[in-house]
Design a protein around this ligand. Structure first.
Ligand code: AHR
Length: 330
């Protein structure tokens, strides 16, 4: 098997920070050498979306700005679980003080997180969750309530399509990811609870990218045409925008002939809303770097932390798009 090199990246600032502090900590919370501050290892999903890039920036900048942290070792796994596992093993070898993991998918973590546990390195989940059976292998998770995001999308669907027997399609995120699973579960839970009269014309997973969303929508169009499709629920901005391109290329109006809900709320997402190409935006908030640093310090100080801390998120209809677009920082 070819071992792919990890795309281990440090921003210029982080390199500076690392060079200035330059120390690795021990496993017993004695952070080593002449510097008492902890080294944080962060294994990121990838850079598939504006959300993801904003999330990496938020965490990197917060680590650099935070005097309580020695430095952050950052690994970008390019949406590949095996790379994430290899990155965790490297961080264990490097004896970092805490590992922050944004897991690409929910399953398959037992072995490597047990290794971290045996090495005495606490693990914090950022963004996505892992299987409940592995709950004892991490201290806490900071991120979105994905089920609630799906519910928000569904409440708007119910308000908009009540009594219409709407034809729906869904483009989910990465299969097996907590974001895709949670949004799907929350969405259909509310549609069923509210007894909406709808037909699920099709539902496919993709990979949270523009190209992925476009390709899936093209497939839906080839298979079903667009006359029966009234609404697309796309699990992020990129896939919704890619799908809107496919709808336009087929000679239909995205946002009008086919209404579109997206999740994230990037500037590009709001701009598409202002242009009338989509209709509802469920916010997913990537800017939790400072909050994460507080959690890192609390965990290392042995304080009691909640098992899950949700980040604050809203939802926006067409009446909000103009106002909100200039407040987006990613
Ligand atoms: O896990 C959060 C999701 O991951 C965001 O909605 C998506 O844009 C990102 O890639």
């Amino acid at each position: 098997m070819v071992k792919r090199p990890l795309a281990t990246i440090a921003t210029a600032l982080l390199v500076l920070s690392s060079a200035a502090c330059g120390l690795r900590g021990g496993n017993d919370h004695d952070f080593g050498g002449t510097d008492d501050r902890p080294v944080v290892g962060f294994v990121q999903v990838g850079s598939e979306s504006a959300w993801r890039k904003a999330n990496s920036d938020s965490i990197q900048v917060a680590a650099v700005d935070d005097d309580r942290i020695a430095y952050l070792q950052f690994a970008n796994a390019e949406q590949d679980q095996q790379r994430q596992i290899e990155a965790i093993r490297e961080l264990i070898e490097d004896e970092v003080d805490v590992i922050v993991l944004a897991p690409v998918v929910e399953s398959g973590w037992t072995e490597v997180l047990t290794e971290a546990d045996r090495a005495g390195i606490p693990v914090i989940l950022a963004d996505r969750a892992i299987d409940e059976a592995d709950e004892h292998l991490y201290e806490t998770r900071l991120g979105s309530d994905f089920v609630e995001e799906g519910r928000k999308a569904a409440r708007w669907t119910v308000e908009t399509f009540a009594g219409e027997n709407a034809g729906l399609v869904e483009i989910g995120g990465t299969p097996g990811s907590a974001a895709a699973e949670g949004r799907n579960v929350g969405y259909f839970e509310v549609l069923e609870d509210e007894d909406l009269d709808y037909e699920l014309v099709d539902s496919e997973f993709s990979d949270f990218t523009v190209e992925g969303g476009k390709e899936v929508m093209e497939g839906f169009i080839d298979e079903h045409g667009l006359d029966r499709i009234d609404l697309l629920f796309a699990h992020n901005d990129e896939m919704g925008i890619g799908a809107a391109d496919a709808i336009e290329a087929a000679g239909y109006d995205p946002g009008d002939d086919v209404q579109i809900i997206i999740v994230d709320g990037s500037r590009a997402g709001f701009e598409a809303g202002v242009a009338g190409r989509l209709n509802y935006i469920v916010e997913c908030n990537p800017s939790f770097g400072p909050q994460l640093m507080d959690l890192v310090v609390d965990v290392l100080d042995g304080k009691d932390v909640d098992k899950f801390t949700p980040v604050e998120e809203g939802a926006f209809g067409p009446e909000d798009f103009e106002d909100e677009v200039n407040h987006r920082d990613f």
